[in-house]
Design a protein around this ligand. Sequence first.
Ligand code: NAD
Length: 477
Amino acid sequence: MSTTTAEPSFRQSVDLMFNRAVALMDLPPGLEEKIRVCNATYTVRFGVRLRGQIQTFTGYRSVHSEHMEPVKGGIRYSLGVNQDEVEALAALMTYKCALVETPFGGSKGGLCIDPRQYDEHELELITRRFAYELAKRDLIHPSQNVPAPDMGTGEREMAWIADQYARMNTTDINSRACVTGKPLNAGGIAGRVEATGRGVEYALQEFFRHPEDVAAAKLSGGLEGKRIVVQGLGNVGYHAAKFLSEDDGCLITGIIERDGALVHEKGLDVEAVHRWISSHGGVSGFADGKYIKDGGKVLEMECDILIPAALEGVINMSNAAEVKAPLIVEAANGPITAGADEILREKGTVIIPDMYANAGGVTVSYFEWVKNLSHIRFGRMQRRSEEAAHVLLIQELERLSADKELGWELSKGFKEKYMKGAGELELVRSGLDDTMRTAYQSMREVWHGRDDVHDLRVAAYLVAIGRVAASYRAKGL
Ligand code: NAD
């Protein structure tokens, strides 16, 4: 039976999950409290003259923990933004950064706005003004606080923020490192746009490398042929669905969007659905799939893997019991409330938690920040020298295979594949893959290694809180 009676708020949910983990640790109570609480939340209300009148906007930037600086976390544009939400998201950032070993504290920001109601020029004015308000207080700063994209924002907004900061800090040689998720031509890094979805794919690949874990989810075999339902075909959901279907042979049997859902037992064409949404604003009317108006119901559909990649609280106490997927990957932040988490655990559902599953974004943001501070593209120095060494080896192999007596032959395509030195995109993907594997293994060790740990979420919190506590101790706290 569930012991949680009322649905907690997002921040309460994060705190409840934190408390469940910290109860298994032996931290001094003062330190426990220090880690849990949010250090500061700044609320700003600012006016922008639009369409002949001044409109007032409310924005937030919350700093959860400064055990490492800069602090890091996205900026969200949505009407649902409020203080509780940004504080919950900032806390998750602290734990996420610790889990994947990116050297940042946790932060998050948001602007209470529906970006679809404004044209590009208006959004630029609003974003620049918001950035000005935050930068003025060092809440955007290469060594203090480095935002990134989140729901409703992307490369375009990040480029405006970077430019606004640079205008205000004309002599700061590191100004581009004040924000990540920028376009490539404005100091971004290859592979950042796809990073969170790619990270979801790498997380699942790593999960399926461990037959014991796959069996815990009452599944078997590899990713090939697994039926997946995705909620939200935005940045994270689209890339996750695309890579899992194209590279891993999964079937995307359901896609849930704002206006309803599409289902197809043989698998939906993710690219085609994505194009349809871009031109029609929703999934309804798409021909190659069955349209279901009540999209939420599709969260309860039979499938192997459910990937909520839209917003928080979608699996809650009202529908958790009906969710049939044996494996849920939290690509969004906080899609499962604490109450629902309890119901699902009792049912034996395996949950790959948000702080791990969607950490690909912050991981590649970390690479971008390092690139900006080092002022050089990854791979620029070594790529051609690597290729030259490969050419030498190929020439030697070709000389040997020309010797008929040895009877050697290079396999088809080997030369082309081996010759190519790694460029920035290959290096970024390699670094991301390594991060996702290592972080999974650190959670897994705790999950299987301790008798009092029964799920990946608690394992993730234990690893993360342990690292944050070690940082605070090292500072003498
Ligand atoms: P996005 O704005 O690009 O996409 C969100 C998608 O969800 C959109 O397609 C939207 O139409 C859809 N959506 C919104 N409300 C919905 C509803 N009620 N039902 C179904 N679909 C709905 O946002 P994103 O950047 O992909 O972020 C999605 C989630 O992933 C958020 O929780 C965010 O915090 C998290 N996240 C994002 C990143 C990143 O790098 N962008 C990194 C880590 C975590």
